[in-house]
Every structure is written in C-alpha cells, then in structure tokens.
Ligand binder design. Sequence first.
Ligand SMILES: [Cu+2]
Length: 142
Amino acid sequence: MKKILTPQSAAGVSLAFFLACLAPQSQSQSASPATSQAVERQVALAIVQRKIAAKPPTIRVRQHEKISLAWTSDEIVNIHLHGYDQLLIVKPGETVSMRIDASVPGRFPVSAHGYGAAAEDKGKQHKHQHMAPLMYLEVLPQ
Ligand SMILES: [Cu+2]
C-alpha cells in the first residue's frame, strides 16, 4: 500500500505550521461570553528535570473542545503554547492551569521559554531553550 501525499494534506501541514508560527489568537473569537464554560477535559502535566515525565508528548483534542492543562514543575519555568499564544509561569509547589478553547485546528508546540531565573524574565523576546518542545497540542478539524 502506498501512501500518497495529496496537495491538500500538504497544504494542511503547512497551514498548521503557518498557524503555529503566526499566533492566530487575534483571528479566533477570543471573547467567550461565559467564563464559566465547562471544561470538557483536564490533563495534568508534570515537568520533572525539564521534561514531561508521563508519556504524552502529543495531546489531541477536537476542534472547539475545551481543555485545561494543569501544569506543575520541579523548577520555575515559563511555558508558551504557540499558536494560541498562551504564556504562563509555573513555580514549584504550584499548579497552574492553561485553558484552551481549541478554536483553531493545527499542531501547536508547547515550549519552555526559560527555567530558573530566565523564567521570570518575561522579556518580550521570544527565546526558547535549545531543546525539543515539551509537548504538542493537536487540534483536529471538525
Ligand atoms: Cu515560544
């Protein structure tokens, strides 16, 4: 069996990259009328020694699914979900939630901008560790 990459799927892939790079937050409907909208899924993610210990390097959701990532870390870290452009700082002993209304389909890396002192420097520069993203969020089109 041969797998053929159609132009369409290739376009889908580059669109995902495009979205991941461009932070389309502004294009998506950002104002949700009710802040108390139910979260459909919660995933706990623990960073230990600068990695997510448990298996899932990729979390898949359906488009428009509401998901909450509950982060903990053994070291202060600044986390960036690309595309949706959400940033948060997690300190040891805290659980910090990242709520996502998966409005935009695509594959989005979640990276650490810095650990330790570098995490608190919320500088505008976009600086990543020289390491693979912590995980990916995949939003499947409806
Ligand atoms: Cu980033």
